[in-house]
Design a protein around this ligand. Structure first.
Ligand SMILES: [Fe+2]
Ligand SMILES: [Fe+2]
Length: 256
């Protein structure tokens, strides 16, 4: 894996980040604002508002592979913490509250902690894919300009995170050829729809209130997961360094 490329990418991505105009006038009907605020409050907790690090009991197995990998993981989670800061700006704008616990987040963290870093990395990859679907819908239907601008910033980062996960998974030779690869793809797809359904259960009131539909949501989920699996197949190279990452900017563009 080309560590230097990812360190350079994350450092470069800190630049040119215009802050959403949180003080802009706001005109959102109360029946839309209430579910939207609940959703953004929960997302702030889940997207970097909790522990902004790997938390699996054996996380050092992954982090300590090299000093560069440790740095990449820290840079990745620094962006997650930045998402929580941005979402906190939206919560403040809508006069919401900073929540520090929710049953779904507690269950999410417990699974990450006890099931090991390999499982945690897959869960985080799937979370980034289904979150991308959520932010794309929120941006498309947002009744608020600054909220849409926030979604655009977070989507820019998440496209980088998804590309990093693809690079990481391809680098370990996954999915393998033959039946094992087919089974891996199947479990990834099933887990992806499970993660998407958890998100839908918690955030459907918001997405419906702003004009989204269940069909649109699952269409986005399908698009994100299947595109990820397809690109993973293209990325897998026997050399261990996927050639497609030679120009990360181009790759990130296509992932958005
Ligand atoms: Fe995030
Ligand atoms: Fe992310």
């Amino acid at each position: 894996m080309n560590h230097a490329k990812w360190i350079a990418y994350f450092k470069r991505n800190k630049q040119n980040r215009p802050e959403p105009d949180w003080g802009a006038p706001m005109n959102i009907p109360p029946h839309v604002l209430a579910p939207m605020l609940r959703s953004v409050e929960q997302f702030r907790l889940g997207d970097g508002g909790g522990p902004a690090s790997l938390i699996a009991y054996d996380r050092e197995n992954f982090r300590s592979r090299s000093e560069e990998m440790r740095q990449i993981v820290d840079l990745w989670f620094a962006e997650e913490a930045e998402h929580a800061r941005l979402l906190g700006g939206a919560v403040k704008r809508f006069n919401g509250r900073i929540i520090t616990s929710h049953w779904s987040f507690t269950a999410f963290c417990l699974c990450r902690r006890v099931l090991g870093v390999r499982f945690e990395l897959q869960v985080l990859t799937l979370t980034e894919l289904v979150s991308t679907a959520y932010y794309r819908m929120l941006r498309a239907h947002s009744p608020d300009g600054p909220l849409a601008a926030m979604c655009a910033l977070i989507l820019r980062d998440e496209s980088g995170h998804v590309a990093f996960q693809r690079d990481r998974i391809a680098d370990i030779g996954c999915p393998r050829p033959g039946v094992r690869g087919w089974l891996w793809r199947l479990q990834f797809l099933i887990c992806g729809y499970a993660a998407g359904t958890m998100l839908w259960i918690n955030h459907a009131p918001c997405l419906k209130a702003i004009g989204g539909t269940r069909a649109e949501f699952y269409g986005e989920i399908t698009r994100q997961i299947t595109r990820f699996i397809r690109s993973l197949r293209r990325a897998a190279k026997p050399s261990g360094v996927p050639a497609m990452w030679a120009k990360p900017e181009l790759q990130l563009q296509s992932a958005r």
